[in-house]
Design a protein around this ligand. Sequence first.
Ligand SMILES: [Zn+2]
Length: 416
Amino acid sequence: MTKTVITGAQVIDGTGRDPLAQATVVVEDGRIASVKARGAVPRGATVIDGTGMTLLPGLIDTHVHFLFDGANLVQQLMTPFSLSLYEVIPRAARTLAGGVTTVRDAGYAPAGLRDAIARGLFPGPRMQVAITILSQTGGHADNTMPCGVCLNVASPELPPRVVDGVDAMRQRVREILRAGADWIKVCATGGVLSPTDSPMASQFTEAELRAAVEEGEAHGHVEVMAHAQGTRGIKNAIRAGVRSIEHGIWLDDEAIHMMIDRDVYLVPTLVAPLQVVRRAEADPSSMPEYAVRKSRQVIADHQASFARAVAAGVKVAMGTDSGVGPHGENAEELALMVAGGMTPMEAIVATTRNAATLLKLDQDLGTIAANKIADLILVSGDPLADITVLQPHANIALVMQNGTVVKNLVSERVTA
Ligand SMILES: [Zn+2]
């Protein structure tokens, strides 16, 4: 039996409740045993002195792409698929070092990657995977380039992306579930990184989207996440029964009310279009021209749409679309959510309890309370006073996952 105690830190527990000052948090056999103000330190425990720091639940990013890191087309063409899997190892490590202990991979990652991390073959956030991004012909994930070359890799582990029609959709979703998906990912609109469509355009019919929802449900409550930017596609997706709207760039009042009525989450990914522009500014050859042009066009509307959703009370789960930008910088999204009208506490709840609830992990994760799995991070400073303290990796002093310390910059504060 291993026992670890974190003393002296301010605890933000992920529920939105006021922080607990100078808490004593006891971790036993991978789970939180107790959380008390100035509680007694049990004998025989490893003690970590968290004085002056803040203890939070491990952060949860509900939209990453571990198999993707920028849209450099030459690089994509020259990378064998097996190599792209090994490239995930440092990305997963960086993400974990940034305090993110759980992610939902929104497309491209096969189930074996999730299982490799779960088995401890290399360190990384626990994963849920969508595997294939489903797209109609010519849609956001079609990936047939103007020259006629298609960039998509298909195998039994990665069912093909392009599908048209209700029956074909049913079969394809069954293939994705057979490949081990935790989520079904559909493109209900065009997007920024696709060469020949508009983010405003709606994609798939409502009937096709509903077929995906029904197949997921029939399989055993596997839910659908919808890449949805334009208003019409957002509404089609909500009517079809999806669980989360990814990006949500043009939410109008009707869409917002539909989301609230049906308890649909918004995963904003505010940082994604900013990252496209940044990459292009640093190296113009690294991003196709259409992606930069479309990103510049959507940024202001995206931020306004988010602010409107927050003001109306739409549930938000944090997601970054990391892979569009560099992996491991996930916490910048919280600063953008605060700039868009959330309090720092609300941004933290969106990244902990709300994200865990969307992923159906809230029984075990997303909050700091007795019996929860001990995914915890110790942060230098107070994110309620300045949300950006979550960004520098040097501030993420300790990361614990399943009760095991996986990053430790405070070893001098540890006594056995
Ligand atoms: Zn994405």
